[in-house]
Design a protein around this ligand. Structure first.
Ligand SMILES: *Cc1c(COP(=O)(O)O)cnc(C)c1O
Length: 438
């Protein structure tokens, strides 16, 4: 049935949604006695109701067993990272040994670049998307400098063509080919945080390998949002955080993927710590690092059990819901938002959607550009119980008045957002336009 711009239609879609009950597993902030319209799961996911018990369980374990907690119970802390591996592997399309949860995202990006960015003999360039998340830009720039290279020469950014908002895969591949033997690493986001574009990661990995470079991905906006097949795509490494789509709370731990062809190579240089050491010998406390097989061989420290417990509670929900079912709902739900924005535009071209139209080239987020209504519209939405994200226009440099042009990023998350949420959001957009005319 084609989309319809009515509340009755949205209600009917929610009634038919096989994932509708997952919404009840999350806490929504309240606005005037009602759930807010929450569209910032791309920034901080909602709290799963199961998180509190999971956390309490570990606090009790600590209270009752203290140091013995490392060895006792169903989930002894010694082994804790292993209890997150299966669900993590399913979220990113990996073998269990290829993933591990540890540290935080930017830390892990540095650790991965220690292993996978080792410039030598004319091969020193890093290719990345223009407008990458700042932390990634700083990580890449500082790695380049640390190796004694000039970021101006070593970092090659692929930008959209003039007049376009997103990158063309052909341009990414052409850039990789053009720099050929000079490319050490192709470091791309999975989904760009600003435009919401989901890059063609398989094609990018293949192009990188063809010129003899490594391919690494930052999946902060991709993990738990879009279908990933890291193993089959042949990515060399990937990193992501868990507090965005993965709902594991502020500062939640990061995930790491290392392809098995590297994970089983103990010779690969890395920064090491005792938790990455062969677990059979770890407590012999001897000299000489011998890494665990797989991604676990990059661990530095013992598990951050309290934050891992919350992460596990959330991952268990993904395990039950499955990425396949979530993706099917996500395409439909984001498609509905797009349809409703277009309906508004039919009367008066108020919005421009930066995110690709092709559902295969985006996740759940739509980045909605407004020329004139800007911050005032965003404030209006906020006053009516919408939580969404506002970014000033960074595309047209000083030409526009501050606060007028910018992007509202809206992420309808399939786990807990409804068609009704999307409808009410669009109704507010429409109402604001009417109010101004009147
Ligand atoms: C959110 C995000 C980060 C944040 O990094 P932390 O180390 O978790 O603070 C980094 N990179 C990207 C692409 C992000 O989206």
């Amino acid at each position: 049935m084609p989309y319809q711009p009515t509340r009755a239609y949205a209600r009917e879609q929610d009634r038919k949604d096989p994932l509708r009950h997952y919404r009840e597993q999350f806490y929504f902030p309240q606005h005037k006695g009602r759930d807010v319209l929450y569209f910032t799961g791309n920034s901080l996911g909602l709290q799963p109701k199961s998180a509190e018990d999971a956390l309490k369980h570990e606090l009790e374990h600590w209270k009752n067993h203290a140091v013995e907690g490392h060895f006792r119970g169903e989930m002894p802390w010694m082994e804790y990272h292993k209890f997150l591996q299966p669900q993590t592997a399913h979220v990113v399309g990996a073998k269990e040994e290829e993933v591990v949860v540890m540290n935080t995202l930017t830390t892990n990006l540095h650790l991965m670049m220690v292993s996978f960015y080792r410039p030598a003999s004319g091969r020193f360039k890093i290719i990345m998307e223009a407008g990458a998340f700042p932390s990634d830009q700083y990580a890449v720039e500082s790695q380049v400098r640390w190796h004694g290279y000039d970021p101006e020469q070593a970092i090659v950014e692929v930008a959209p063509r003039p007049g376009e908002d997103c990158l063309r895969t052909e341009d990414i591949i052409a850039t990789i080919e053009q720099h050929g033997k000079e490319v050490a690493l192709v470091m791309f986001g999975g989904v760009n945080y600003f435009t919401g574009q989901f890059f063609a990661l398989k094609a990018i990995a293949e192009a990188a390998h063809k010129v003899g470079a490594y391919a690494g991905f930052d999946l902060a906006h991709a993990a738990g949002n879009v279908p990933l097949e890291l193993h089959d795509w042949g990515a060399d490494f990937a990193v992501w955080c868990s507090y965005k789509y993965l709902n594991s709370g502020p500062g939640g731990p990061s995930g790491v993927f290392v392809h098995e062809r590297h994970g089983n190579n103990p010779e690969l240089p890395r920064f090491a710590g005792w938790w990455g050491h062969d677990e059979k010998e770890r407590f012999l406390m001897r000299k000489g690092f011998s890494p665990m097989k797989g991604a676990a061989g990059w661990q530095l420290s013992n598990a951050q059990v309290l934050s891992f417990a919350v992460h596990k509670a959330s991952l268990d929900i993904f395990e039950q819901a499955t990425m396949t079912a979530l993706r099917a709902k996500s395409e439909n739900l984001t498609g509905y938002l797009e349809f409703l924005v277009r309906e508004i535009n039919r009367e008066n071209e108020r919005f421009h959607i930066l995110t690709p139209e092709d559902p295969g080239a985006r996740g759940c987020q739509l980045s909605i550009y407004t020329h004139h209504e800007g911050k005032r519209l965003h404030n209006y939405l906020e006053a009516h119980g919408v939580i969404s994200d506002w970014r000033e226009d960074n595309l047209h440099g000083g030409e526009v008045e501050p606060g007028q042009a910018g992007v509202i990023r809206v992420a309808p998350v399939p786990l807990y957002n409804s068609f009704r949420d999307v409808f009410e959001f669009a109704a507010l957009l429409k109402e604001y336009g009417k109010r101004k005319e009147g």
